[in-house]
Design a binder for this molecule. Structure first.
Ligand SMILES: Nc1ncnc2c1ncn2[C@@H]1O[C@H](COP(=O)(O)OP(=O)(O)OP(=O)(O)O)[C@@H](O)[C@H]1O
Ligand SMILES: CC(C)(CO)[C@@H](O)C(=O)[O-]
Ligand code: BAL
Length: 283
């Protein structure tokens, strides 16, 4: 595995791989890798011949009172894990390489950026869309792999790619969970042992909601209430949002057969904000 910090080094390595006839796969991350990230590498290796991973904690997508400064970072460990899992090129730029001057051009994906995490983190998805488009232009991948743990991010990035004719195929990948159901996340390391125990309520309440929809519940307010009540039973949990929206348009569901419905939650435990979701296709 080659590790590079500069954009021109990425371009040279990818040009070479392409000349060798290889299909390019791309896995963008913010690092502090776990099995969720590594599952994206596995998928990329199945579908492509040359896997590029980026590790960049993007300041543009963090609000002023969020955890940019304390976001967990360990590049040495990440390098080891990425190499072991079969990444070909690891791109780990610093902020000055990605943003050499204050950025004047940003990407805003209307409507899809507004609800859910967009409402609690104003400007977040503009920061995500902007850095992802920059990374796509730097790497020029054929396929890019994103986890459905960030289902809204998948919707935003897919729409950006469609609207702006970016020549890349977005591959959404399933959520990887701990044995007790908690979705893997770099932020899980912030949790105290007691918070970690109570955090399983996200998955448990989503499982209940999935089951309720499968057995015919179509009253979305009642569904949200049920999820909220379950989460509220945990004393350390503070709900940010519980929402039910059609996917990927993120509008109120019509409740018709074949429609995909996203049940999404964000919950704070102390200073740690966790997200999780379930996608169900209506019968
Ligand atoms: N548990 C998971 N299962 C599948 N994909 C995941 C999982 N966690 C993260 N990903 C995906 O990995 C990519 C990089 O995400 P990121 O580096 O933000 O990791 P993260 O663990 O989600 O961090 P955080 O939860 O702190 O935002 C994204 O496409 C994200 O959806
Ligand atoms: C896609 C991404 C790497 C952009 O910074 C980030 O939002 C993430 O890790 O999901
Ligand atoms: N996984 C989304 C990155 C963030 O929380 O900023």
């Amino acid at each position: 595995m080659k590790v590079v910090k500069r954009i021109d080094e990425v371009r040279a390595a990818v040009r070479q791989a392409r000349q060798e006839g290889k299909r390019i796969g791309f896995v963008p991350t913010m690092g502090y890798l776990h099995e969720g990230h590594l599952s994206l590498i596995d998928r990329a290796r199945e579908m492509t011949d040359y896997v590029v991973m980026s590790i960049f904690v993007n300041p543009l997508q963090f609000g002023p009172n969020e955890d940019y400064d304390r976001y967990p970072r360990d590049l040495e460990r990440d390098e080891r894990m990425a190499r072991q899992r079969g990444v070909d090129l690891l791109f780990a730029p610093d902020v000055a390489e990605m943003y050499p001057e204050p950025i004047k051009t940003t990407v805003h994906v209307a409507d899809l950026s507004a609800p859910l995490c967009g409402a609690s983190r104003p400007g977040h998805f503009d920061g995500v869309a902007t850095v992802v488009l920059k990374l796509f232009h730097i790497v020029q991948p054929d396929y890019a792999f994103f986890g459905l743990k960030d289902a809204q991010q998948v919707a935003v990035v897919s729409r950006m790619v469609r609207d702006l004719n970016v020549p890349v195929t977005i591959v959404p990948c399933p959520i990887v969970r701990e044995a007790d159901g908690l979705a893997m996340s770099s932020r899980n390391v912030y949790l105290s042992p007691e918070e970690r125990r109570q955090a399983t309520v996200l998955y448990e309440s989503l499982q209940w909601a999935k089951e309720a929809v499968a057995t015919g519940l179509r009253d979305w307010e009642a569904l949200k209430r049920g999820v909220r009540e379950r989460i509220a039973q945990k004393p350390l949990a503070e709900i940010d949002y519980v929402d039910v929206l059609a996917y990927p348009d993120l509008v109120p569901p019509r409740g018709v057969p074949g429609e995909q419905v996203l049940i999404a939650v964000a919950v704070r435990f102390g200073r740690t904000r966790l997200i999780d979701n379930a996608l169900v296709t209506l019968e």
